[in-house]
Design a protein around this ligand. Structure first.
Ligand SMILES: C[S@@+](CC[C@H](N)C(=O)[O-])C[C@H]1O[C@@H](n2cnc3c(N)ncnc32)[C@H](O)[C@@H]1O
Length: 285
């Protein structure tokens, strides 16, 4: 099945190119608040960060078809000893945008992840009270729904073609609220400097919450992981990314760079790049 992929270069606080109710699933990982990845200092205040999330939530609600799902990989952020309650605030913001809060899954990274994000060393070096900072190997995946899904709106044929493999669900324990998945190693070639999520995350979301031939949106596209999995799973995709410099990375990841990509079944797939004019919601280089 040939699929189409659209990359919009601009700020996802506006999704003006996307018509109301035209998207079937949203999967994304918003930038961290003041993380060393994504531009340090991109958000001057926490309030400004929440403002971006608010616009993104409202636009996501507008473009999603009724009954459909929004999946956010997001986590609280510790800055100078203060934890910012991003998960709670994002949940509230999505509820205020009209969504129903449907579920929360915890993503557990392998224990080896600690080797690259150690904070517990503080108490090991100073084994006294008040030096305790636990290592964090968890992230949240929060799931929202717009209204109720009409199961009869899907044809029998598409329903069968999109069938989920129950053996895979059992074997990899998708049925629990704890998903153990490897993280992307920082410095891996395509994702260098991008806080990319593992392919397994959009893979599960796309399989569980969309049908073949439908459209999956990632408003913070990064290296294009969601778009790649959408293509592999025979879904169309729309990505929005503010950094124009990521175009070559996204093209490569999606297999639109002229290289050999044996894992894609249809060579008639298309990638369209929409370069927003500079302005309020334009891209940055
Ligand atoms: C956490 S990364 C996403 C990584 C992605 N999931 C992947 O696997 O590669 C967040 C991305 O959002 C982009 N970004 C930040 N603010 C944005 C905005 N307002 N609109 C669109 N993209 C934005 C950043 O440039 C960064 O590439």
């Amino acid at each position: 099945m040939a699929t189409t992929h659209k990359l919009i270069l601009g700020n996802c606080m506006s999704m003006e190119e996307i018509p109301d109710g035209s998207v079937h699933l949203m999967v994304t990982s918003p930038p961290y608040f003041n993380a060393p990845f994504d531009y340090k200092g991109l958000f001057k205040t926490y309030g400004q960060y929440l403002g971006v999330l608010r616009n993104f939530a409202q636009e996501t609600f507008r473009v999603l078809q009724n009954g459909r799902i929004a999946v956010l990989n997001i986590d609280d952020m510790l800055i100078d000893g203060e934890k910012f309650p991003i998960v709670a605030d994002a949940t509230k913001i999505f509820q205020e945008a009209g969504f129903r809060y449907r579920d929360r899954i915890i993503w557990k990274k392998p224990d080896g992840y600690l080797r690259i994000s150690r904070r517990s060393g503080v108490i090991l070096q100073n084994p006294y009270p008040m030096y305790f900072y636990p290592d964090n190997l968890l992230e949240n995946i929060i799931i929202f729904q717009k209204g109720k899904f009409d199961y009869h709106s899907i044809s029998k044929d598409v329903r069968e073609k999109s069938k989920v493999d129950t053996k895979e669900i059992q074997k990899n324990k998708w049925y629990m609220t704890l998903w153990e998945m490897n993280n992307v190693m920082p410095g891996s070639p395509l994702e260098k400097g991008i806080a990319a999520f593992p392919e397994e995350l959009p893979y599960r979301a796309i399989k569980l919450f969309s049908y073949k031939g439908e459209t999956v949106l990632d408003p913070f596209a990064g290296s294009g992981t969601t778009m790649k999995k959408a293509r592999e799973l025979e879904r169309n995709s729309i990505g929005i990314e503010i950094k124009k410099s990521l175009v070559p990375v996204i093209k490569k990841k999606l297999g639109f760079d002229g290289g050999q990509n044996t894992f894609f079944t249809d060579q008639n797939d298309k990638l369209e790049i929409i370069n927003r004019k500079a302005g309020k919601y334009g891209h940055i280089s």
